[in-house]
Design a protein around this ligand. Structure first.
Ligand SMILES: [Cu+2]
Length: 347
C-alpha cells in the first residue's frame, strides 16, 4: 500500500502509469489513509486532516494553491533575493544583517493539501540570503516554533557558528534567540538549513533556503533566478508525494516564467530534497553552462541535464536564441509527474 501512495495522490490529474491509474479506484479508500497517521503522530502533525479528496488532485488543470494564504508565491520567490541591511564597520568593512525566525505554519502545498510545515520567516524555501564575498554577516535567529531548531550555513566559518547540536549555541529552544556571525566566504552558491535531529524531518518540514555569496568583482548582468528543488511527504511514510522547484508543484507549468530572447539567464539551483537520493534539472531546447557550487568562473560542462544529491547546488547560465515555450523539469519522470516541471516563456 505504501508503494502506491505517492502515485495514488496524482491519479486524478496526471496521466501517468496506466496500470497505476486503473488500480486507483480499487485501492483508494474513501477516508484519507494519512488521517490515522496524522492523529497517531500527535500534536506536531495536527492540521494534516484535509487531503486531496479521493486522490483527485487535478493540479495540472490550472487549479493552484492560495498563494496569498500561504504568504508567499513561487513566482515572487524565483526572483526574490534578500540583501538584508548593511552598515559600515569602523574598519571600513560592510556588516550585512538579517533577522530569521522559525515559525510553524500550515502551508497549502497542492490544491486542498495542507502541510504542517516548519518555516524560516513563514515561507518555503526561506529567504534567499545574498551577500558579497568578504563581508561580515550577522544573522539573528529567533525560534518562534514549538520545536528546537538551528540554522546551519554551508560555507567557511568557525565551529561555534556551524548551527549544529552540541557545538556553540547548539539547539535553539522555542522562544530563544541566537546570533550567527561569520565572513561571507567563499564566493559561490550555498544553502542553509536546520540541523536538529531527526534531521530528515527538520529539513523535509521546510527549514532551508539558498545562500548566495557574490564574487567581490560581481558577475555578468543577467536575468537571475533561484530554484530550490524540494518535495513534501504529506503522509509521513518517508517518501515524497509532491515535488517542485520552490515548493508549489506545477506552479511554473500553470504560469510560465517569462524570459527574454538573447538575454543571459542565470539560475541558482539548490537541491534540498529529502527521502530521495538524487534530484535533477533538465532544460528543453537548449544547453546551459554549469558551474558546480558556483565557486569557479569556468563552467565544468555545457549540458542540458544536471544531477544533484541533497545539499548539492550549482549555477546555470544560458541564453534563449528562439522565442517560445520551453520546458524545464526533473529528469526523473516520477518527480516530473508529481509536480517538478515548468515552462519558460521566451518573448
Ligand atoms: Cu529544526
Amino acid at each position: 500500500m505504501a508503494g502506491l501512495t505517492r502515485r495514488r495522490l496524482i491519479a486524478g490529474g496526471v496521466p501517468l502509469i496506466g496500470a497505476g491509474a486503473a488500480l486507483t479506484h480499487a485501492t483508494v479508500p474513501h477516508s484519507h489513509p494519512w488521517d490515522g497517521q496524522a492523529r497517531a503522530a500527535g500534536g506536531a502533525h495536527a492540521g494534516h486532516g484535509t487531503g486531496m479528496g479521493s486522490g483527485h488532485a487535478h493540479f495540472r488543470d490550472g487549479r493552484t494553491v492560495d498563494h496569498r494564504a500561504n504568504g508567499f508565491d513561487p513566482h515572487a520567490i524565483v526572483r526574490d533575493f534578500d540583501w538584508g541591511t548593511t552598515r559600515r564597520l569602523a574598519s571600513g568593512r560592510v556588516l550585512r544583517e538579517w533577522e530569521l525566525y522559525a515559525l510553524d505554519k500550515e502551508i497549502e502545498v497542492a490544491p486542498g493539501v495542507r502541510f504542517a510545515a516548519w518555516t524560516y520567516n513563514g515561507r518555503i524555501p526561506g529567504p534567499t540570503l545574498r551577500a558579497r564575498e568578504g563581508e561580515r554577516l550577522r544573522i539573528t535567529f529567533a525560534n518562534g516554533s514549538a520545536h528546537p531548531h538551528t540554522i546551519h550555513f554551508h560555507g567557511i566559518h568557525p565551529a561555534e557558528m556551524d548551527g549544529v547540536p552540541g557545538v556553540g549555541a547548539g539547539e535553539i529552544a522555542p522562544r530563544e534567540t541566537t546570533v550567527y556571525e561569520f565572513d561571507a566566504l567563499p564566493a559561490g552558491l550555498h544553502l542553509y538549513h536546520c540541523h536538529v535531529r531527526p534531521l530528515a524531518e527538520h529539513i523535509a518540514k521546510g527549514l532551508y533556503g539558498a545562500f548566495i555569496v557574490d564574487p567581490a568583482d560581481g558577475r555578468e548582468d543577467a536575468d537571475e533566478m533561484v530554484m530550490v528543488m524540494n518535495g513534501f511527504d504529506t503522509n509521513f511514510d518517508r517518501a515524497n508525494e509532491l515535488y517542485a522547484a520552490n515548493t508549489i508543484p506545477f506552479a511554473y507549468l500553470n504560469r510560465p516564467i517569462a524570459a527574454r530572447r538573447d538575454e543571459l539567464v542565470r539560475v541558482y539551483l539548490v537541491n534540498v530534497l529529502e527521502y530521495d537520493l538524487v534530484n535533477s534539472f533538465h532544460l528543453h531546447g537548449n544547453l546551459f553552462e554549469y558551474f558546480p557550487t558556483g565557486t569557479g568562473r569556468r563552467p565544468s560542462e555545457l549540458t542540458d541535464t544536471v544531477m544533484l544529491c541533497q545539499g548539492q547546488r550549482g549555477i546555470l547560465e544560458w541564453r534563449f536564441p528562439y522565442p517560445g515555450r520551453y520546458m524545464f523539469h526533473a529528469h526523473q519522470s516520477e518527480f516530473t509527474e508529481l509536480g517538478w516541471q515548468g515552462f519558460f516563456e521566451v518573448g
